[in-house]
Design a protein around this ligand. Structure first.
Ligand SMILES: NC(=O)c1ccc[n+]([C@@H]2O[C@H](COP(=O)([O-])OP(=O)(O)OC[C@H]3O[C@@H](n4cnc5c(N)ncnc54)[C@H](OP(=O)(O)O)[C@@H]3O)[C@@H](O)[C@H]2O)c1
Length: 299
């Protein structure tokens, strides 16, 4: 099969399309013929070596995808060959989605309301946003601040939080205010004086930007959950699923919830860019600007 891969750590140019052996669905898994798959910042960190040289090379990147089921592993019920699904690969492999075929460990039916591109980039950010919102106890009446609201996770988190009945405030750059407002958040510009512009909030989800202002806004580090600050310096809760001490279980129930919200017209996946597999280096470069608006997807 055709797959994106890299054989050495380095800049985006190390990415190339290669012919590799297709994976097969083991017990509890399904294989899909991929129609679209996501690019996340973590894919770029793994490729560059910023996360350490921990992969077995060559490596096929990508953690989420959407496509048509073509193999159903032993013990799997409720899904058949020909079904359209979106979902995630085995996290322990740290990749495998940016390919012609991918094996999923978690999935939900693809709602017709999401295009293949939107569904292909949905699962990872939905899982992450759901996990963080659950940890923060976001529900009806919560006032939630999302720092980094215009990114892949932020755009999804706005909508999932609003669907829970939260009032959402989202930080973004001056050029991205309308984009964030269109997803259901009150936009505020990040940077100096943020606390004055935001007022009082119950909880903060940190996806981008500086942390100390956010702790000051809630008055307590206990009300801030980060997905992006790995420093451990601010006393706030980091949530991740990378294994080892402190890893959280995946919030996979979010996939069905997001699919249902999409059917109701209450959830979409804004696309920052759609690139053919052969132009994946451009997709990684866009991610590396730190200013992608929505999700980056490969087809
Ligand atoms: N721990 C986990 O489980 C987990 C899971 C997924 C992602 N992550 C991490 O979480 C982070 C966010 O992921 P993502 O996919 O949402 O990234 P992304 O899509 O690359 O985020 C880009 C967004 O960040 C915004 N941004 C840049 N600087 C900002 C600032 N100073 N204040 C507020 N917003 C700012 C940009 O908005 P403007 O252009 O308007 O500035 C842009 O829309 C990444 O570091 C990623 O590695 C962690």
């Amino acid at each position: 099969m055709r797959a994106l891969q890299f054989s050495e750590y380095g800049p985006a140019d190390v990415l190339h399309v290669a012919e590799v052996a297709a994976p097969h669905a083991g017990p509890g898994r399904v294989r899909i013929a991929v129609r679209a798959s996501g690019v996340t910042p973590a894919d770029t960190y793994l490729r560059s070596g910023r996360f350490g040289e921990r992969l077995s090379l060559p490596h096929v990147p990508g953690i989420d995808a959407a496509g048509v089921v073509d193999e159903v592993g032993e013990g799997v019920t409720g899904v058949r060959a020909g079904d359209e699904v979106f979902g995630m690969v085995d996290l322990a492999l740290l990749g495998g989605a940016n390919a012609e075929f991918a094996v999923l460990t978690a999935w939900a039916p693809k709602p017709a309301a999401l295009s293949w591109e939107q569904a292909g980039g949905a699962a990872g950010n939905v899982e992450t946003a759901t996990r963080a919102l659950d940890l923060l106890g976001v529900g009806d009446g919560t006032t939630l601040l999302i720092a980094g609201a215009a990114g892949g996770v932020g755009t999804v988190a706005i909508q999932l939080a609003a669907a829970r009945g939260a009032k959402v405030i989202g930080t973004a750059g001056p050029a991205t205010q309308d984009f964030v407002a269109g997803l259901g958040a009150v936009p505020v510009v990040y940077g100096e004086g943020l606390g004055d512009r935001v007022g009082q909030v119950d909880a903060v989800l940190h996806c981008a930007g500086t942390v100390p202002d956010l702790v000051a806004i809630t008055g307590s580090p206990d009300r801030v959950v980060t997905i992006a600050d790995l420093s451990g310096e601010h006393g706030i809760r980091l949530t991740h699923t990378a294994g080892g001490p402190g890893a959280d279980p995946q919030a996979l129930h979010g996939l069905e919830i997001a699919a249902e919200l999409a059917v109701q017209g209450k959830f979409t996946v804004p696309l920052a860019g759609v690139f053919p597999l052969a132009a994946a280096a451009d997709a990684h470069r866009l991610s590396e600007t730190g200013h992608a608006h929505g999700k980056i997807v490969l087809v």
